[in-house]
Design a protein around this ligand. Sequence first.
Ligand code: CAO
Length: 415
Amino acid sequence: MTKALEGVRILDFTHVQSGPTCTQLLAWFGADVIKVEKAGEGDATRGQLRDVEGADSLYFTMLNHNKRSITLDTKNPKGKEVLVKLIKECDVMVENFAPGALDRMGFPWEKIQEINPRIILASVKGFGPGPYVDCKVYENVAQCTGGAASTTGDPDGLPMVTGAQIGDSGTGLHLALGIVTALYQREKTGRGQKVLAAMQDAVLNLCRVKLRDQQRLERTGELREYPQYPDIEFGEAVPRAGNASGGGQPGSILKCKGWQKDPNAYIYFITQGAVWPAICKIIGEEDWITNPHFATPQARLPHLKMIFARIEEWTKTKTKFEAMDILNEFDIPCGPILSMKEIAEDQSLRDTGTIVEVDHPVRGKYLSVGNPIKLSDSPTEVTRSPLLGEHTDEVLRQMGYSSAQLEELRAAKAI
Ligand code: CAO
């Protein structure tokens, strides 16, 4: 079976997390991803958070599957010549250098486009054009400047960053969509273009519902599904909502059996309007089905704390998995709080390839997250990340370099 992006060649200048998540996805869809790294150093993440002496870290291996690695000094004159050839032969160049690095390297967009008018140049930057355009950015900076941190956390606590890497991996996803869209347009126009995904923009896109709430707050002065209502006065900006549901169906995290010892013995419970009668029956409050204080979603809003406290009396008598089974029988939306240990051991996630075991020649076997996007005609087979420069000779030979020319490049410290 062919792969969706077979024949697409990606010049991968990405490092750390945001860019590599993007090119890893493209590789999983079948693109030939050639990762360019500095000789001797490589992507800084190869050595960060190491758990096995001398082996590429999980940080690196889990973000760089299915790629080839070449070493190339793009500031070396001979290295620049190789880079020009690579630009000629690739469909897409992806980078997440600090702002201006490509220009300083001597490869501004105009020059790249002149070398290959069909090439797509895709970049992750911290910010789009504006006051912060020149700033370097990491994950949590994006979460803070994109609206996630100010709206996450306990109502009376500090702004909070989330463990989901919405700034890095979230932006990588956005960039991947931009790349395949630009490739699609190129099919019709024959021209490449620049694609930019700014981390602040990507986080804000994922926080769209909070900008919705900002405008609702300005219009009405309150957000009735937030935990502040009705006891605490709202300020000018969307407050932190704890674990309240971000949607129109109120939800909360409730204790389950064993919560005293197990930090993850909890369930997320959503009081969806459509299943309110079933909820009342399960918790033994059948009167609430018709009682005017509880019968409609609007009537319930001022009593949410009391309602969830009552539901929790019930969930505390069940394990999170028992509660999930019972509630699902009645189509009540809920989800157990799964620990990473439970997820790592989940057989169904392994069966679908969402969790995969990968073998690496230096570190041995490890678990990774496979391709979360499943294409029926382009299945993903996850292969290990490359060692630093593992494919330098292979790629350069494919480009027509002879053994003597490779030696020359090595002697000049270009590769
Ligand atoms: N050959 C020669 N030089 C190379 C090279 C190569 N193969 N690959 C990279 N370099 C050079 C760059 O050209 C740059 O040189 P200058 O400083 O002279 O321009 C230098 O290496 C360092 O690159 P950098 O500034 O991108 O790296 P950094 O470690 O200082 O910063 C980061 C890292 C992530 C803060 C920065 O790249 C950035 O802000 N990127 C954009 C936003 C982003 O993606 N952030 C998320 C990262 S994941 O958390």
